[in-house]
Design a protein around this ligand. Sequence first.
Ligand code: ZN
Ligand code: ZN
Length: 409
Amino acid sequence: MDSRKILLMIFDGLGDRPLNELGHKTPLEATPKPNLDWFASNGVNGLVDPIAPGVVAGSDTSHLALFGYDPKEVYTGRGPFEAAGVGIELEPGDIAFRGNFASADEDHRLTDRRAGRIREGTEDLAKALDGLKLGRIKTIVRAGTDHRIAVVLRGRGLSPEVTDTDPHEAGETILESEARKPEAKATAKAVNAFTKQAYKVLKDHPVNRARVAKGEPPANTVVLRGAGVYPELVPITERLHLKAVGIAGVALIRGMFRTVGMDVLEVPGATGGLDTDMTAKADAALGALRKYDLVVLHVKAPDLCGHDGNASEKIRVIERLDAMMGGIKARLPGEIVIAITADHSTPVALKEHSGDPVPLTIFGEGVRVDDVLNFDERSMAHGALGRICGQDVMNLLLNASNRAEKYGA
Ligand code: ZN
Ligand code: ZN
């Protein structure tokens, strides 16, 4: 039997809870979505607990699970994925931080924790810090979105067991990083040396002189948080013998792709925001199926509407997701397995992630079809897949695509 290609669609935060304003329906139940329903009607369905029943998943831990990894074994914090997402080529043992450009006075007291939400010149400022030597430790620095920054320490014997320098409050003094374990002393020392050096390099930087001249707060310091060691994991290419590529607008998810050994496809118009070009992403995904065994297409928009508590916007996003699936349906390649799911629920009423399970449809030739007719939370509960965990999804896809290896003789 020939193996098939796999297209995995992950709609971030798509799952929801019933809303009074929608007549006790979820946004999925309240939205006409003929194409998503077509895939559900012609596929096999169920509900997925991204980590385990009731556990509130982050996007990072749940993506690891959907890719078949046990997050409890491999997850080391968000910093490393963010750093990978802004293009830092990490190595096992690197310690990655998330951070902000901030404004401070000479006594390292924060006057603005986001340097006036600086947008311009951050690439130049990051470049000025990139490559700083802290003894035998090397620093790698990249600008993120707006005031955000990724900082990686590279050297021997580093430890993520250090405290943040970010005091999280303007008016407070930047914190000294401390070792939580004896083996982290050198790392804490390097972090504190970085704080001092960064101020020296940044305070008279042309970008900051220009800001001060315009009356804007200078980005003259960096505060760090969330130290994490780059995880050592077996790439998906080796583990599952799949050549895989991912499409996503947001840095965190792109970092997830890179970390698990997937290529990242650049798609113009894939912004990771509500304005993202879903048609362009679907086109790119269909094109990538010619070259790759597994294509993952991530859309952030439903999660944003959930966090904003905006039901009508979530409905509009679902309509657009449905139109995108219509485009895929119209150009359905043969010999393909398509899975449609989410990484977690982000209920509008909660404005945060919840532990509610998410819909899953698997569609493809030879896939057993059940009686589910609609792609929503209520209908999925009657699907033949029942209720499964995030880590089961990749196994189901390998089986449906005739790629699963026999367990035993
Ligand atoms: Zn998410
Ligand atoms: Zn979210």
